[in-house]
Design a protein around this ligand. Structure first.
Ligand code: NAD
Length: 355
């Protein structure tokens, strides 16, 4: 399997280095070979080439079976023209690869339950939600969009539009994911107010006819936001549009209390997808061997499971992460009383040993 590695900025290179060691170790154990190519993205690409997404990077990604990404961005690029900011590299590569689904599991490891922001009796019931967010449509991309001035007043507007094809393909991703999990999908919309949501709901119901083994329910987004903090254990897979998904996936991640632990995938109709931690480039701790590499290591497990159909290998990594936490090793972001504080490299080494 060919993997294109985009280490990016800040802590990106440190966490990606640990994830690659883990991949190689798993390859050795299961008789798999992973080949790597490397390319520039984000601030590192701006410094080297003047733009956040060189054409060579797009070509290398397209030639790979999967892309592993660290993170992009940092204060040194914040004052640049928005058109060439590091984040544009991310949006650009997702678009170039046709990635329309963002898949984010928000899982609470039992060893980290003290980090969770929810009440202990809620945490006790478990937190294992997968948010499937539509990534390339909806209000972030809808036309027309504009701002201007009329009758002496400033105004701005955007358009929330979804086409049947976009809804069907994201619903399919959610139903397929539910089949590999606990068989339940909750579609989130605002169908009591928005026409676009009514169409969303009708198409999801229609697509569900192809998945009679999966349970489907619907929630309005305001209720879904509340239910996520009130009783997250009721959810298995949540599927929703771009705007609602942006907010709900961050909410689901935030309540676990440890963004250094959470992986994500951006998927299209076929490989390659992009696998990356949900956190950013953490410039405040970059280059200090303090970053938590586990979100990136778990992103690699997602890559093996979703893109390469290597479930046993993915399980092996996830179990090794659990075993490492069980031993009481913690990076600063998840540190707790009675545990041992370790750096990025030592955490990576501990996962290798557990594998
Ligand atoms: P951040 O996620 O980088 O950091 C938020 C806080 O969490 C910081 O205190 C940081 O030290 C900590 N943190 C994050 N990841 C960690 C890890 N693996 N281990 C230990 N601690 C960790 O978010 P931010 O500070 O808002 O953004 C910093 C830069 O990252 C900005 O330039 C932003 O645009 C960019 N960003 C990139 C992505 C991406 O590449 N996908 C996502 C979010 C933010």
């Amino acid at each position: 399997m060919k993997i294109c590695v985009l280490a990016g900025d800040g802590i990106g290179p440190e966490i990606v280095a640990q994830a690659i060691k883990v991949l190689d170790k798993v390859g050795e154990k299961f008789g798999r070979t992973f080949e790597y190519s490397e390319a520039l993205i984000g601030g590192a690409a701006i410094d080297a080439t003047g733009g956040p997404l060189p054409e060579e990077t797009v070509e290398k990604c397209k030639a790979a079976d999967a892309v592993l990404l660290g993170a992009v961005g940092g204060p040194q690029w914040d004052t640049l023209d928005p058109a060439i900011r590091p984040e544009k590299g991310l949006l650009g590569i997702r678009k170039a690869l046709g990635l329309f689904a963002n898949v984010r599991p928000a899982t609470l490891f039992p060893q980290l339950k003290d980090a969770c922001y929810l009440r202990p009796d809620i945490v006790e019931k478990g937190l294992d939600v997968m948010v499937v967010r539509e990534l390339t449509g909806g209000i972030y991309f809808g036309e027309p969009r504009a701002d201007g001035e009329k009758d002496g007043q400033r105004y701005g507007f955007n358009t929330m539009v979804y086409y049947e094809k976009e809804i069907r393909r994201i619903a399919k991703v959610a139903f397929e994911a539910a089949r590999k999990r606990n068989g339940r999908v909750c579609s989130v919309d605002k169908a009591n107010v928005l026409d676009v949501s009514r169409v969303w709901r009708e198409i999801v119901i229609d697509e569900h006819k192809n998945y009679p083994d999966v349970e489907l329910e619907h929630l309005y987004v305001d209720n879904a936001a509340m239910q996520l903090v009130r009783d997250p254990s009721q959810f298995d897979v949540i599927v929703t549009g771009n705007l609602f998904g942006d907010i709900l996936s961050d909410e689901a991640a935030a309540i676990t209390g440890s963004i250094g632990m959470l992986p994500s995938a951006s998927l299209g109709a076929s490989n390659p997808g992009i696998f990356e931690p949900i956190h950013g480039s953490a410039p405040d701790i970059a280059g200090q061997d303090k970053a938590n590499p586990l979100a990136t290591i778990l992103s690699v497990a997602m890559m093996l499971r979703h893109s390469f159909d290597m479930a046993a290998e993915a399980d092996c990594i996830e179990n090794a992460v659990q075993a490492t936490l069980e031993k009481g090793l913690r990076t600063g972001d998840i540190m707790a009383e009675g545990c041992k504080l370790v750096g990025c490299t030592e955490m990576g080494e501990a996962v290798l040993a557990a594998i």
